[in-house]
Design a protein around this ligand. Sequence first.
Ligand code: SF4
Length: 164
Amino acid sequence: MKASHMSWSWMIIVSFFVLGALDIRFGIMGILCMTAPLAHALKGSGKIHCVKYCPRGSFLGKFLNRISLKRPLPTWMAKKQFKHLLLFMMLSIFTLAMIHSGGSFSNIAAAFYRFMGVSFIVGILMGIVFKPRSWCVICPMGHATQLIKDIPPLATLKKPEQVQ
Ligand code: SF4
């Protein structure tokens, strides 16, 4: 079984935001955060990224535990339809952002940075009001990963522990 890196991988996302604030071109690294969970799922490793690597999940789990009100997430948020809608909205907005970037590297990097920033802030707010990793319940990348994982040929025998 692969070791978990969740105790320190939060440093990656903090470094990402610091570097991006210094030079927006570092925002392009957001592509790694967005595609890594999908790549793992496509390899047949299911949601291993969410359980063992994700820098965002690591941050939310590590820093929000003490300040979180730990309220239960409204049930409608956990419904598949809501997650489908969120994934569709994210892909649509992202596609529009790519079109409006005009192919400029800086604009594309800025779009990734904005996406990462907005979802990070939403994740933190959700983690304060609800349980620390509530964002993970609705995360479009986590949901897309689950959809890939559920494709029969990719359904994995490995069963990473449940994300909180
Ligand atoms: S659900 Fe999203 S934020 Fe949570 S661990 Fe998975 S990829 Fe990261």
